[in-house]
Design a protein around this ligand. Structure first.
Ligand SMILES: *Cc1c(COP(=O)(O)O)cnc(C)c1O
Length: 215
């Protein structure tokens, strides 16, 4: 049983070739996360700041921690010293806070803009119009302690593969339009249920949780 987590990771890694795998470790225990570590994996994704910082404090320091969930401005300070990549930037106000905290720690924090691509109202993220506005804003252009690496999105939670495919295709088209000009290299899309579709539509980073831990 304790070998299954590692086996699941290896299996997915074989399937996805050069695509970056972020193991989504939210709600999972420290022993489970240690197992991921012992398997040789170093990229972890968490969606809550409190849980992320507790796990950071209790696990080896060479883990790359990805924040994949919604981030509130008043929580940025807790992750600023160590976070590897923030996937969920959805406003200039939030990004300015990240920049401010990164400066305090003399770091440049990498991030992705989270785009709203799903049909559901509830999912966070920017529209293309909102993204364009930020990219043109002098306040954005003048930030010095944050570095945008690309885009992240979550598809609709539906069995309709064609719908999911369309949403990923759309996000990839936005990414493709921007990536050369802005030197982006990361398109974060795909989870347990849809990562193969996401990769087929251009993703180069997938965030997988339940498929690895539900053994
Ligand atoms: C939970 C979560 C995932 C992983 O979902 P699974 O279906 O368990 O693979 C990926 N991305 C985000 C933003 C999440 O919150």
């Amino acid at each position: 049983m304790s070998h299954s987590i590692c086996k699941n990771i290896k299996q997915i890694e074989q399937e996805i070739g050069n695509t970056q795998l972020v193991v989504v470790s939210k709600y999972r225990s420290l022993p489970e996360l240690q197992e991921v570590y012992d398997c040789g994996h170093r990229h972890y994704g968490e969606n809550r700041v409190q849980e992320l910082t507790t796990k950071y404090e209790n696990l080896p320091k060479d883990i790359h921690w990805h924040l994949i969930g919604h981030l509130q401005s008043n929580k940025v300070k807790y992750i600023a010293p160590f976070v590897y990549l923030i996937h969920s930037i959805d406003s200039l106000k939030l990004l300015k806070e990240v920049d401010k905290e990164a400066r305090k720690h003399q770091r440049v924090i990498s991030f992705l803009f989270q785009m709203h691509i799903a049909q559901e109202e509830t999912k966070f993220g920017l529209s293309k119009t909102e993204l364009d506005e930020i990219l043109l804003d002098p306040e954005y252009i003048n930030l010095t302690h944050v570095a945008c690496k690309g885009l992240m999105g979550m598809a609709s939670n539906t069995e309709d593969i064609d719908q999911v495919k369309k949403e990923f295709e759309y996000l990839n088209s936005v990414y493709t339009e921007l990536k050369d000009k802005h030197h982006y290299d990361t398109l974060s899309m795909g989870m347990s249920g849809d990562y193969l579709t996401a990769i087929a539509e251009g993703s180069n980073l997938i965030r997988v949780g339940s498929k690895i831990f539900s053994v």
